[in-house]
Design a protein around this ligand. Sequence first.
Ligand code: AMP
Length: 289
Amino acid sequence: MSGSRGEGTLVPVRTKADLRARVSAWRAAGETIALVPTMGALHVGHGALIEAARGAADRVVASLFVNPTQFGPQEDFAAYPRDEAADAAFLTRADVDLLYAPAVAEMYPDGFATTVSVPGLGDRLCGAIRPGHFDGVATVVMKLLIQAGPDFAFFGEKDFQQLVIIRRVAADLDLPVRIEGVPTVREGDGLAVSSRNAYLDPAQRAIAPALHGTLQDAVRRIAAGAEISLACEEGAAALGAAGFDKVDYFACVDARTLAPLAAPSPPARLLAAAHLGRARLIDNIALAL
Ligand code: AMP
């Protein structure tokens, strides 16, 4: 049978019917299931999610789907790096049990009309800059969760707003799944590992770690008593001075509601998004208070 561990490179499962059949067989055998949704171009960050999933459940399903509905018309959907064979080899080495890689028509057949939207959480920060992005994310993730029916689903803290939104939707819609966050995997110089780092030329790559460094500086200053709004303004200015082309936001928010914080109160998170050439980089860190 294709797609099983120990039988060569994983062969992608393409349909939700096949996915359900495979997952049902595991369930019938009393096994637990974890889902790791990805858009491919897999790297060590995805590897950390898979490792966490392996530790939590008997079976790990990884999905590979570049979701058109979360890209804006001017964004990089067409250019997004795609190499399914390399991703299948990566997932095989990572001991994943099943690779689910549906076509767009399997996910969005003719007549598809439903959108999952989370006003308040989905329209601030990245959502203010990328209108509709989190509707696309929430909709596709809910579909994947319903299709796979996992006990656990793993998401990176790197996309912190996404993690908060998915936790909210899963709770609001009573999905019987545990949403687990995994700490951001970084390069040695602090840059968060991302498929989009491939867009950076060597000069931009040298500038990029300043995103993490500037967030760390701001956390230190706020912890030492600096006013939050001032620390964020200065953080944004420091990114410009470091060579970033444009700063979308540099903000301190409540880590559960994403509401802006005027005064330090836990749990707090500092998030930033900034453009560097063709790449739009995001990062965030906890603000221990
Ligand atoms: P993507 O393929 O970019 O949609 O990411 C798939 C999942 O991997 C998301 O839950 C991301 O948050 C997570 N992820 C991406 N990069 C990292 C990283 N550097 N560290 C931890 N998780 C990551």
